[in-house]
Design a binder for this molecule. Structure first.
Ligand SMILES: Cc1ncc(COP(=O)(O)O)c(C=O)c1O
Length: 374
């Protein structure tokens, strides 16, 4: 089947770029002597997870239990949830522990104690990693050595929990304004975690794992010493923001949205059939923030965007594109491809993506974990 035959809008995945992205990150991890555990929230597809595992990944990450249940059903046996799963989900989590090797992130003492109590009552041992705030200021304990070591000592003493180590996510790297800044964020993250691990070991608390993960820092983290695991997710597809951040080039971006021009109310204004329900309303990030809701490719290839076209606004089912030079050759019925600002959220909106080799569809892939946000 050719792209011209597919009803639009539709999410396409460039097969060669996907395979190259999986291989490149795995090689970087292997060369750095560090395990790769991809975050599956980007693709939400057990088939793509299988390809990552076949390339050498040691397991996968999910954010939510609903995702983990899908990947467990598909045969993934080692699943880490680097998310502060709340004990209100204990029964579901325990059922999953009976099927796969599961580990979760902890960053709050009362939560850790509640998990401990539940695991003791149910005769189980839950693997936990303490999440450390390395500068993103979302989740994680304060890395101040004295308080952090106390937290680790207390967690290690809780029955029913097995403290595996430390975990962090340098999400602030997405706001870095230079490559040097991303390098520095990766270096500081590794230093913070190594220092904390060493201090914990000094007082007798074993730290076997140090897990870091963000696509914008992953290739730099791979050459840091002392880390045991990388957890990038976005790298399978990359997106317009990763290009603007500097962690990918346009030729690495594997996910695009195929769309049709459905209206041309003025010479300088086109309407595409892809609105916020497929492109999402995420704005771009990067050294220079990309404007609008995606880059437009008019020739159905995805190497050179038409920079005269600007996705100015989205309704749920419409993308309003302005021709900045006053007119566009596109007419209703013409097809374009869009590189979205943020690929991970796009995957969550479709049941199926189409794997393509150039303009030929080679396979449809069900996005089985899409919508599993609970
Ligand atoms: C805890 C955690 N680990 C890993 C990742 C993967 O990072 P990225 O999306 O930059 O690949 C994320 C992304 O949100 C995350 O929240």
């Amino acid at each position: 089947m050719q792209l011209s035959e597919l009803p639009t809008p539709q999410v396409l995945i460039d097969r060669k770029r996907l395979v190259a992205n999986i291989g490149r990150m795995q090689r970087a991890a292997t060369d750095g002597g560090i395990a790769l555990r991809p975050h599956t929230k980007t693709h939400k597809s057990p088939l793509i997870a299988r390809w990552q595992l076949d390339h050498g990944a040691q397991g996968i990450c999910c954010a939510k239990l609903g995702e983990a249940e899908v990947f467990a059903d598909a045969g993934c046996s080692d699943i880490r949830l680097p998310y502060p799963i709340n004990p209100s989900n204990a029964t579901r989590l325990a059922a999953l522990m009976d099927r796969v090797h599961l580990s979760i992130a902890i960053d709050h003492l009362r939560v850790a104690e509640t998990w401990s109590q539940f695991m003791v009552e149910h005769g189980k041992q839950l693997d936990v990693l303490v999440k450390v705030d390395v500068g993103f200021h979302r989740c994680g304990i304060d890395p101040d050595l004295q308080t952090a070591v106390k937290f680790l000592q207390h967690t290690a003493s809780l029955q029913g929990l097995r403290l595996r180590g430390l975990l962090s996510h340098a999400g602030h790297s997405y706001n870095a304004k230079s490559d040097d800044e991303r390098v520095a964020i990766a270096r500081d993250e590794a230093t913070t975690l190594r220092n904390l691990a060493n201090e914990s070991r000094r007082v007798g608390v074993a730290i076997d794992e140090i897990s870091v993960g963000s696509t914008a820092t992953a290739l730099f983290s791979a050459s840091e010493t002392g880390l045991t695991e990388l957890r990038p997710g976005n790298y399978v597809y990359y997106d317009r923001s990763q290009v603007a951040i500097g962690s990918a080039t346009l030729k690495d971006c594997a996910l695009s949205v195929l769309a049709t021009v459905v209206s041309k109310p003025a010479e300088d204004r086109l309407v595409l059939d892809c609105g916020s329900k497929i492109l999402t309303s995420d704005t771009g990030r990067g050294k220079v923030e990309p404007k609008g809701y995606g880059a437009v490719f008019t020739k159905l290839e995805t190497t050179t965007p038409d920079d005269t076209l600007f996705i100015d606004r989205l309704s749920e089912e419409h993308a309003v594109v302005m021709a900045q030079n006053g007119s566009s050759r596109l007419e209703p019925g013409d097809r374009v491809r869009i590189l979205p600002n943020h690929s991970c959220v796009v995957s969550n909106l479709v049941d199926t993506v189409y794997l393509v080799d150039d303009l030929t569809i080679v396979q449809s892939i069900p996005i089985t974990a899409r919508g599993k946000v609970t």
